[in-house]
Design a protein around this ligand. Structure first.
Ligand code: HAM
Length: 430
């Protein structure tokens, strides 16, 4: 037996039915919000991520040398690739540039339920909007996308990393080490980072700050703790909350000063969306505003976005009992005897052309074995193609649920199955 690589999955039809439903809800919502789809490559150069995404990602990347000796990685996220694409190709596009991507990403993490080495993201970016308008737009898109996937039980936690950065008066790389330790709640590491930065005096304040979570009163408390630093950030969060109400996004929103985010590029508002139904890996999405364009050779430009973990939304939708589209097979065509096989394939092709889901015997079984098979694969109808009936222009149509069987004209078959005319350029009925 050959095993799958650790942290990967074989996605089966039942899972993919849910996954497809979730992804199409994401795509529909992004389009409704005026976003356009882009897809950066699966393989990126290491440079794109080196030090930009920060220690959280760097340690977790699938990085290797290709046959030409170049350092490459499997993309661990979309944001860096999309911003590279923006800087290289879309800089002169009318602003804001609103983009989304769907697909697999790769991280070399310790696998567990809900945490994989290959997983799927729905990622969106607004490049070049005003901070209030764009931040609220991306939070609203994230929440609405999850709702449209049928998942209701979520909490959206909104924080601000900008005020923390302005509080930590050390260079950005030093800040990143501190913020990363704070994000992981690794207090030993935090102590060491603060010590190295000469900032041990703020250790208690930081630890207190990240426990603050709740309504707008939290912002006043946080502001007090930081001695008035970061007022602008807190005002921004109040306005984002007001604006979200205009989108109909009111429930399940909290301010959370403990939202730090693992990726190093965040500069302002940050947010995470959690499901109460997923155990340890309960974060179904996250994002915020960031500075990346200037790192890739562009002008500094306000950018904000998020990514949802598609797999985790699929899991949440299962726990919440969101109905998944059942496997659909409208008809199974059964040729009775060698002489009618070609005609049976024509009939199957015609039905398929109408958009019906149609299967046909591919092994040459006898009629009763074929009926067993039709039953096993859940076909609604069996179409029995026999020589005698065909001579009269008919086939036998069997309702697999009731067992009722009657003759119908081949020309009437599609309408009997609920389709009146060929679509998708199918073969005409005859
Ligand atoms: P992230 O928080 O690293 O953000 O990932 C987004 C989401 O991907 C997480 O909230 C989680 O649901 C899911 N996720 C992360 N790791 C795994 C894993 N190992 N297995 C399954 N799901 C996982 C980003 O990737 C940023 N690029 C988001 C962003 C876009 N920020 C600004 N623009």
């Amino acid at each position: 037996m050959i095993e799958r690589p650790r942290g990967t999955r074989d996605l089966d039809p039942a899972y993919l039915a849910r996954h497809g439903h979730v992804e199409s809800a994401f795509r529909r919502t992004a389009v409704a919000f005026g976003f356009r789809e882009v897809l950066p490559p699966t393989i990126e150069s290491l440079d794109l991520f080196h030090a930009k995404a920060g220690p959280g990602i760097e340690a977790e990347m699938y990085a290797f040398k290709d046959k030409g000796g170049r350092d490459v990685v499997l993309r661990p996220e979309f944001t860096a690739g999309v911003l590279r694409h923006y800087v290289n190709d879309l800089r002169s596009a009318p602003k804001p540039v609103k983009l989304y991507s769907l697909g697999p990403v790769f991280r070399y993490e310790e696998p567990q339920k809900g945490r994989y080495r290959e997983f799927w993201q729905f990622s969106s970016e607004v490049i070049g909007g005003s901070p209030l308008d764009a931040d609220a737009e991306v939070v609203a898109l994230a929440v609405q996308s999850i709702r449209n996937a049928g998942v209701r039980q979520i909490e959206t936690r909104i924080g601000h990393i900008g005020m923390l950065r302005s509080y930590l008066k050390v260079p950005k790389e030093r800040q990143n080490g501190i913020l990363h330790a704070l994000d992981k709640r690794n207090f030993e590491r935090l102590h060491a980072e603060l010590d190295a930065a000469g900032l041990l005096d703020v250790e208690d304040t930081l630890k207190d700050l990240i426990t603050l979570r709740g309504g707008p009163e939290v912002l006043a408390k946080a502001s007090d703790l930081l001695g008035g630093v970061g007022t602008e950030g807190f005002d921004h969060l109040r306005r984002v909350l007001d604006r979200l109400a205009a989108y109909g996004v009111r429930d399940g929103l909290v301010f959370d000063m403990g939202i730090i985010r693992g990726l190093a590029y965040y500069t302002g508002m940050v947010f995470q969306i959690h499901s109460p139904n997923l155990g340890a890996e309960d974060q179904v999405g996250g994002g915020g505003s960031y500075a990346l364009a200037e790192l890739f050779g562009g002008e500094p430009i306000f950018s904000t976005g998020f990514a949802l973990g598609t797999d985790r939304i699929v899991l949440a939708s299962e726990v919440e009992g969101v109905p998944a589209a059942p496997h659909k097979l409208d008809a199974y065509v059964i040729p009775i005897g060698e002489g009618v096989r070609t005609r049976a394939f024509e009939i199957a092709a015609t039905l398929r052309g109408t958009g019906l889901a149609v299967d046909i015997d591919l092994v040459g079984r006898g009629p009763s074995k074929n009926l067993d098979y039709a039953n096993a694969v859940g076909a609604r109808w069996a179409v029995l193609v026999g020589e005698k009936e065909l001579a009269a222009g008919n086939v036998a149509l069997r309702n697999m649920e009731t067992g009722d069987q009657r003759e119908v004209a081949v020309a009437q078959l599609a309408s009997e199955l609920g389709m009146d005319k060929p679509r998708f350029g199918g073969v005409e009925f005859r």
